[in-house]
Design a protein around this ligand. Structure first.
Ligand SMILES: Cc1cc2nc3c(=O)[nH]c(=O)nc-3n(C[C@H](O)[C@H](O)[C@H](O)COP(=O)(O)OP(=O)(O)OC[C@H]3O[C@@H](n4cnc5c(N)ncnc54)[C@H](O)[C@@H]3O)c2cc1C
Length: 376
């Protein structure tokens, strides 16, 4: 073991990297998902009694980072095992755990996560998706946008609020909505992204749900929500670091071999230094991601909150810069389909915007970490 990662972590990295190399950038999402699930990688953070690996977000983030570094990131890992399964494992009933966790752990079940709304956006206090008691169960009404992978997920964990929230303060409650529930409509948003997972606008038109669709307590919402959102930020950092590493590796390889003067272009410091800088920034972001994951896995939700935000910020910025520099290093080839780097320009921006934007993290750090007045 070294100070940062155990031997098991290193072995996991190497094993996932080998799987990633076998699939590579031309990967088929469903095939890789099934294989990663079978090998135990998708449920590495989940309790052993439900078929998981008994690890934490530290291990799960290694899986996503390494698959991304091999050019085949599994985006749905950010939501299915990291948010949804974490929330169910921590707050679900025994029946919900039995029903969902083994499948989420081995990848035979997938769950999407929907919080973003058209009129709320970054201000999730304004969400209006509403759950009303209806006999034994619930009726849920509302709209969501940009929800990833709803078509390939068996259900979506929807963040709503209870109707009697008189104070207007956020009182979220979480509902498992099956993909084919009556009144649960979805339409694809036409994104400029070449990802295999699509984003959807969702309409919940009086969706009738049984009592056991509610995950956790109706009144303990915030705590439950943050239990899932910290892993989401840590996993988004892993996604960004993996993508940044993949782009950087392509650029380094190219800079070593492309020769238009006496030496390969990588001999020019104007080419080499920005790549070195990108490497340093990705490594720094990774260190913060590891800190956030270690705090989260140790049960320190508050400490993990600050670190997870910082890790997501640092990783998003490092990824955008690494991809930009990688594209530039390849000259004209950086923009060809053949080299596959130009499409990462849009993909890298996702890590700057979602699940919480760069500015909202700067707001959080200004206010929470530095004690500056709140601006909004
Ligand atoms: C590819 C992709 C996948 C996604 N997947 C999911 C998913 O699976 N589930 C889900 O629920 N959501 C998902 N999202 C949505 C994502 O979380 C939101 O896009 C994000 O939270 C930002 O919200 P918004 O787009 O409404 O932007 P807005 O909130 O409208 O913000 C627009 C701009 O204004 C800035 N801004 C807003 N408020 C402030 C402020 N107070 N101070 C300073 N600047 C501010 C923001 O930083 C941003 O630059 C996804 C988005 C993308 C792009």
């Amino acid at each position: 073991m070294n100070a940062i990662e155990t031997q098991e972590h290193k072995d996991l990295r190497e094993a996932v990297a080998a799987l990633g190399r076998r699939h590579g950038p031309g990967f088929d999402r469903a095939t890789l998902w099934a294989e990663a699930g079978k090998l135990g990688y998708l449920g590495v953070n989940l309790p052993e009694e439900y078929g998981g690996g008994g690890g934490g977000i530290s291990e799960l983030s290694i899986v996503l980072e390494e698959s991304g570094a091999a050019g085949c990131p599994l985006l749905m890992m950010i939501v299915s095992p990291a948010i949804c399964a974490t929330v169910i494992a921590r707050f679900g009933t025994d029946e919900q755990k039995r029903q969902w966790l083994p499948g989420l752990a081995d990848g035979s079940l997938t769950m999407a996560f929907g919080i973003t709304e058209p009129d709320a956006g970054s201000n999730s206090h304004r969400i209006t998706t509403t759950a009303r008691r209806d006999g034994d169960g619930w009726t849920v009404t509302g709209r969501k946008v940009f929800v990833s992978g709803v078509d390939i997920a068996d259900a979506t964990l929807i963040v709503g609020r209870t109707e009697d929230a008189r104070t207007g303060s956020l009182k979220p409650c979480l509902f498992i909505v099956p993909r084919d529930a009556e009144g649960f409509g979805r339409s694809v948003i036409d994104m400029e992204l070449q990802a295999q997972e699509k984003q959807f606008e969702l309409v919940l038109d009086d969706v009738r749900l049984p009592a056991d669709a509610l995950v956790g307590e109706e009144d303990a919402g915030l705590l439950q929500l943050f239990a899932g959102l910290n892993p989401e930020r840590i996993m988004t950092a892993a996604f960004a670091i993996g993508m940044g590493r993949y782009a950087l590796a392509q650029a380094v390889e190219y800079a070593k071999t492309r020769q238009v003067w006496k030496a390969p272009i990588g001999a020019h410091q104007a080419v080499a230094h920005p790549l070195a800088q990108a490497h340093i920034e990705l490594e720094l972001a990774k260190l913060m991601m590891q800190k956030a994951a270690a705090l989260y896995d140790a049960g320190d939700d508050i400490g993990a909150g600050e670190a997870a935000n910082m890790a997501k910020y640092a990783a998003g910025e490092a990824c955008v810069k690494a991809v930009d520099q990688a594209v530039h290093t390849l000259g004209g080839n950086g923009l060809t389909r053949e080299y596959g780097l130009a499409k990462l320009i849009a993909a890298a921006r996702v890590a700057r915007i979602a699940p919480v934007s760069r500015e909202m993290i700067l707001n959080y750090v200004s206010h929470q970490s530095l004690g500056l007045p709140k601006s909004y």
